[in-house]
Design a binder for this molecule. Structure first.
Ligand SMILES: [Zn+2]
Length: 480
């Protein structure tokens, strides 16, 4: 394995300490072997291997841990409809498509992810193929199909349609069925059990009320932990979130509607929340340009307002937040918006830039159960490192601009971010029905060209680009 010296940069180690200038990292055997003052680290490298290492010059740049996204659905395929998610594409096709999509995620600086549920056994296959060195992608911990009831997200069709085996969920309407399904999924080598605790804005019959009893949740948590795995839950509403904490779930996804009285339970158990607000924010901002229906937009706006109030308060009180993007949905396509969640943590939940960065690094490592190996730049940890052309503490949005991720390193290997990825054609059966009338997904390219509401960093960048080009033209004219 190649050894690397990353020198000259400002090291933002994500432990919470201030960035250290003129600090170097020495990478050996996929780990951070040394980190410290540049001269000392260079001397160490020379002693170990003479000059048998490559130097990455990070002068004027920020060196930070690879990002961790705890909410990427690798089997979804940038879906625009329930049919697309649950019916048409085969498991085999999804796995091959997923192999391309996780490369996009890695190239966006996400070196580890959690897949909290999806169709077939796509995510476990991708995880194993990455670990075996067959395909390139982030380090993954994965769930399989959500455990759902008729009354939660995951019950996608009316009961007169048999629940399809291809759905992203498996129907478990009794406690025995829940327990049996946990056993089955653990047998099939998942890392995480995902439970559907309630609904969302697409479910018309007030889906935030919670769909499982406390005892149901306790049964899932007990058997999951007995079998040495971890469990998480989709819980937008208050009841499912609060009950899941009490039942011992390892982390809660969304939790937008928790109230003041619920916060102590999170603090006492140390249960983190993965809010996943970029999904809502992207639809609210660009949905109108893409033909998203008004009732959905209004519902999502209301949830964003609630999350702002409730999750800011939870953060303030000390509840741990972990960043996740829900990538795989068409409003959050793979490899595009992972770092936007960090900006939202800052803007909507009132975090400092450092706290926001930690939600997508140090804090998020918890969801993989790898706090001791990833998430910060410390000696002995895996060498998952980004070299960023900019200062994310001054402008956190630089992390969204892939052109400014100079180096993405995973496990001590530099990821090729330059060779163009294939641009696959999209089959009719992949996108048979649409929620948005516009067939395109919200890629950064789309937003640049089409959206009327663009992120601030993008507008700034475009203005700066124009000014530069303008200046260049001026010179050319002067020369003529
Ligand atoms: Zn999700």
């Amino acid at each position: 394995m190649t050894r690397y010296l990353i020198a000259g940069g400002s090291v933002l180690d994500a432990t919470g300490s201030k960035p250290r200038k003129k600090t170097a990292l020495f990478i050996e055997d996929g780990r951070i072997a040394r980190i410290g003052k540049e001269e000392a680290v260079k001397a160490h490298a020379a002693k170990v291997c003479g000059t048998d290492y490559r130097t990455i010059d990070a002068t004027g740049k920020t060196v930070m841990p690879g990002m961790i996204d705890v909410h990427v659905h690798t089997s979804y395929g940038d879906i625009t409809s329930a049919e697309e998610l649950n019916l048409y594409a085969s498991g085999e096709y999804r796995a091959l498509r997923g192999a391309l999509n996780i490369r996009k995620v890695l190239r966006a600086g996400v070196t580890s992810l959690v897949d909290p549920g999806g169709t077939w056994r796509v995510a476990t296959a991708l995880r194993d193929a990455v670990n075996a060195g067959m395909i390139e992608g982030p380090r993954m911990k994965v769930a399989s199909q959500y455990l759902t009831t008729y009354n939660g997200i995951g019950s996608v069709f009316p009961t007169w349609v048999e629940h399809p085996v291809s759905a992203f969920s498996v129907m478990c309407n009794t406690r025995d069925e829940l327990v049996k399904e946990v056993r089955r999924q653990v047998r099939d080598s998942v890392d995480v059990i995902k439970v559907s605790g309630d609904g969302d804005v697409l479910r018309s019959e007030g889906g935030m009320g919670g769909s499982l009893t406390l005892d149901d949740l306790k049964a899932v948590s007990e058997i999951t932990h007995l079998l040495g795995k971890r469990c998480t839950i989709h819980a937008r509403g208050r009841r499912a979130a609060r009950d899941a904490v009490e039942a011992g779930f390892d982390w809660i996804i969304h939790a937008s509607y928790i109230e003041k009285e619920d916060i102590d339970a999170f603090l006492e158990t140390g249960t983190p929340i993965n809010p996943t607000l970029v999904l809502l924010m992207n639809i609210v901002e660009w949905g109108p340009d893409l033909g998203c229906p008004t009732p959905i937009l209004e519902g999502l706006k209301r949830e964003l307002d609630a999350a702002h109030e409730n999750l800011s308060r939870a953060h303030e009180a000390g509840v741990t937040m972990m960043a996740g993007s829900d990538s795989g949905q068409s409003s959050v396509p793979y490899g595009e918006w992972h770092a936007r969640e960090l900006e939202i943590m800052q803007d909507v939940l009132g975090m400092s830039a450092m706290e926001a960065i930690q939600t997508g690094t140090r804090n998020a490592a918890f969801a993989l159960g790898m706090e001791d190996r990833i998430g910060t730049l410390e000696e002995g940890k895996y060498a998952d490192v980004l070299v960023v052309d900019g200062d994310p503490l001054a402008d956190i949005a630089v992390l969204q601009d892939k052109e400014r991720l100079d180096v993405v390193m995973k496990d001590g290997e530099v990821v090729d971010t330059a060779t163009p990825l294939p641009q696959p054609r999209i089959y009719r059966w992949e996108k048979p029905q649409r929620i948005w009338s516009d067939p395109r997904t919200a890629t950064q390219e789309f937003v640049r060209a089409e959206a009327t509401r663009k992120p601030e960093w993008m507008v700034r960048k475009e203005k700066a680009g124009k000014a530069k080009r303008g200046a260049g033209r001026g010179l050319a004219q002067a020369a003529e």
